[in-house]
Design a binder for this molecule. Structure first.
Ligand code: FES
Length: 103
């Protein structure tokens, strides 16, 4: 039987959030998850590698990082909380469907 602590195949899972209905959501240790925060950053959790566009590794310094999406952070690509003082607004979920042919 599946449980949040252990996957069907016996792999380790960890709870990392909740869906809109309040159910916990899980991922295995080899997954990465990006959470879009309303009026804030992108939270990146799990197993990931952060790279510059030319392939150099950026040390995130931690297992969960907040990536700036407002453009005002002084420590890009990381969020420094400036989004609050500049009044950045963005929804957590898409407000419309992507146009056809968008990749
Ligand atoms: S999203 Fe936090 S400073 Fe840009």
């Amino acid at each position: 039987m599946f449980s949040p602590a252990q996957g069907e195949a016996g792999g380790a899972y960890r709870a990392f959030g909740w869906d809109r209905d309040g159910h916990s959501t899980t991922m295995d240790d080899s997954s990465a998850c990006i959470t879009t925060c309303e009026d804030g950053p992108l939270l990146l959790r799990g197993s990931f590698q952060l790279l510059t566009q030319d392939g150099q590794v950026i040390d995130p310094g931690r297992r969960t990082v907040a990536l700036c999406r407002c453009g005002w952070s002084a420590i890009k690509p990381f969020c420094d909380g400036t989004h609050k003082s500049v009044g950045f607004q963005a929804p957590s979920a898409p407000t419309s469907e992507r146009p056809l042919g968008y990749d």
